[in-house]
Ligand binder design. Structure first.
Ligand code: ZN
Ligand code: ZN
Length: 227
């Protein structure tokens, strides 16, 4: 038997002449939509067949929320996509460019989000419409999963996160707050303040918007079905 060298499997790459870019298996790409005026499709390059003059790419589609059975929900981010179980063979010519599909946590840490940045936190079953994971942490009085595009404010006492609109205030007013205590914690804080008659902590209320939530990402008391 011929000896086989233990080798790392090489990721196949292919030069796309029409956009002057090289793609590799595993890359995320944007593909021309068949309907004009629609945003490009997002896909993961599974394998490349470069035999012959017309290279064929086996892709695994990312679905946008509006392409899923449940449609876009309030907690879906503008740049959110779901990794589907839907595969296709496509001509390499339909690739318009490369893009990046980040994990949820690395997306929230991006300093700026470019046109080519997306994030994925769910896998999606295109036949049943089911999501994996099928439960996600929820926050605020509205019990919604976290949408990284929405600003939230954290209670200094119980550490729960809230949308300004859900607690009867505005984003602008929230940003000006020195301290924030939620409805449940506020009465106790009032008492403490009256008893001690001193200002306890100083510093600004913790207000977070897109991409700054990082490790402080909410302790979650509850979870909810994502589908
Ligand atoms: Zn809310
Ligand atoms: Zn609280």
């Amino acid at each position: 038997m011929p000896k086989q060298k233990a080798q790392k499997p090489q990721r196949k790459s292919y030069k796309l002449k029409h956009i002057n870019k090289t793609i590799q298996e595993g890359d995320a790409v944007l593909m021309r939509s068949s309907e004009s005026g629609k945003p490009s499709y997002v896909a993961k390059v599974e394998s490349i067949d470069a035999r012959g003059s017309n290279a064929k790419i086996r892709v695994r589609w990312y679905y946008r929320p509006e392409e899923s059975m449940g449609g876009r929900r309030q907690f879906h981010g503008a740049k959110e996509v779901f990794l589907s179980d839907h595969y296709d063979l496509q001509s390499a010519d339909t690739i318009e460019g490369k893009c990046k599909v980040h994990s949820f946590s690395s997306y929230t840490k991006l300093e700026s989000v470019g046109n080519d940045d997306f994030f994925c936190r769910f896998e999606y079953n295109s036949a049943t419409g089911a999501f994996d994971p099928d439960r996600v942490a929820v926050f605020c009085k509205c019990e919604m999963p976290y949408n990284p595009d929405d600003l939230m404010v954290q209670c200094e006492d119980c550490s729960e996160w809230f949308h300004p609109s859900c607690i009867g205030t505005t984003i602008e007013a929230t940003k000006k707050l020195k301290h924030f205590f939620c409805e449940e914690c506020a009465p106790q804080q009032q008492e403490l303040l009256q008893n001690s008659n001193s200002t306890s902590k100083n510093g600004d209320a913790k207000v977070n918007s897109k991409r700054s939530l990082e490790a402080s990402k909410p302790r979650n008391k509850h979870t909810k079905r994502s589908g």
